[in-house]
Design a protein around this ligand. Structure first.
Ligand SMILES: NC(=O)c1ccc[n+]([C@@H]2O[C@H](COP(=O)([O-])OP(=O)(O)OC[C@H]3O[C@@H](n4cnc5c(N)ncnc54)[C@H](O)[C@@H]3O)[C@@H](O)[C@H]2O)c1
Ligand SMILES: O=P(O)(O)OC[C@H](O)CO
Length: 357
């Protein structure tokens, strides 16, 4: 079946279920379609659990056969998401072709810097893709959908983004996110396949705005953590987060996105979550840098990805290509490159010329 056929099949299955049940169409009707989740870190594992909760079967792909076997045998991903049992409806494999076979939807849930390699290694399969990473690729300065477009031109794809800590979604705590795609059929089928009452998915028409929000909030969270870690106060954090929101909004618009997306779940919503406290890996890295720890020390002590570190310089460089200045993100890029201290960064930001908000 081709890509359009896959999307149509998912949409038909949903419609048929609703019609036979004699109910008004609802977004969370039961369909036993399969979802492939490519990437077995914290977020991939949480999304596999969510897929099962939404009534789907799920296949979680890990690149390492030993790791896949361990997760499958323990029914738990102890390395990335400990304490969260995998439901029966979740299978685990190290074979991407097996994961994609017959899937109605595939979620790509690897770090932004690994996306290109993973996409290139996938067998051709007519399965719509949702990109779930939040970052900008170093070197190419590409956003995730641009990376996909370069490797698999014409692939049907959208973005899943929003304020979502993996462990909370895995526990079934209430959360909301956005499926942003230009193709309404893909958007609607992805929302229906993955959403549930506790994981409320909104359809979005601005994938660029969603991608910029997801990437930039990781960088701004490092700044927020750094000012708190350095003892510069809550006022400074609020100012940075708000001005950071202005930065991401400007960049989204310059790249073809919409300003209003910045005020939604993928912008302001994710900033509120990620800049709030040490539950965020990016914020906690900022806290440590603010307290005077070195980047190498902090990164050596964690296995999980901290996207803002690689994304900060790439985001600033990408903004430069469209003539947009991102002073806070640039300060973070200098901070993670250890060219500047937190106090020096703050002094530079405060010394910028005053202008209208
Ligand atoms: N953890 C969250 O709460 C959360 C929520 C929303 C979005 N995200 C985003 O999702 C993406 C993944 O985050 P995560 O939390 O799952 O990260 P993680 O560090 O928990 O796991 C990363 C996973 O990617 C795998 N991986 C790394 N390089 C790979 C490669 N070259 N090929 C194949 N697999 C590779 C790792 O083995 C691991 O399984 C990030 O962009 C992150 O910003 C995370
Ligand atoms: O822990 P962080 O900073 O990578 O953030 C995780 C999610 O992106 C929050 O939405």
């Amino acid at each position: 079946m081709d890509r359009a056929g896959c999307i149509a099949e998912a949409a038909n299955a949903i419609r048929t279920t609703r019609e036979t049940a004699g109910v008004t169409p609802r977004p969370h009707a039961a369909v036993t379609s399969r979802i492939a989740i490519l990437g077995a870190g914290a977020w991939g594992t949480a999304l596999a659990i969510q897929a099962a909760r939404a009534g789907r079967s799920a296949v979680l792909w890990a690149r390492d056969a030993g790791r896949a076997a361990e997760i499958g045998a323990l029914r738990e991903n102890r390395r990335y998401l400990p304490g969260m049992p995998l439901p029966e409806a979740v299978d685990v494999t190290a074979d991407a072709a097996e994961a994609l076979h017959g899937a109605a939807l595939a979620l790509l849930v690897v770090p932004a810097q690994a996306l290109r390699g993973v996409v290139a290694s996938l067998p051709p399969a007519p399965v719509p893709l949702l990109l779930c990473c939040k970052g900008v690729e170093a070197g190419s300065l590409a956003l995730p959908l641009e990376v996909l477009g370069a490797v698999r031109p014409g692939a049907a794809a959208g973005v899943l983004s929003g304020p979502n800590f993996a462990h909370e979604v895995a526990r079934g705590l209430p959360a909301a996110a956005v499926v942003a795609a230009t193709d309404p059929a893909l958007r609607d089928s992805a929302v229906a396949l993955l959403g549930s009452p506790g994981f409320r998915l909104y359809g979005g028409e601005d994938p660029v705005g969603a991608e910029v929000g997801g990437a930039a909030k990781n960088v701004i969270a490092i700044a927020a953590g750094a000012v708190i870690g350095a003892g510069l106060g809550e006022n400074a954090r609020a100012a940075l987060v708000t001005r950071g929101l202005a930065e991401l909004s400007r960049l989204a618009v310059a790249l073809g996105g919409r300003a209003e997306t910045a005020a939604g779940l993928t912008g302001l919503g994710d900033l509120m979550l990620t800049c709030a406290g040490p539950g965020s890996r990016n914020m906690s890295l900022g806290l440590a840098l603010g307290r005077g720890e070195s980047l190498a020390e902090v990164l050596a002590a964690r296995t999980a990805v901290t996207e803002g570190v690689t994304t900060a310089p790439a985001l600033v460089a990408r903004a430069g290509t469209v003539g947009v200045e991102l002073p806070i993100c640039a300060a973070v890029a200098d901070l993670v490159a250890e060219r500047i201290t937190v106090r020096e960064a703050m002094a530079l930001l405060l010394a910028r010329p005053l202008r209208a908000e």
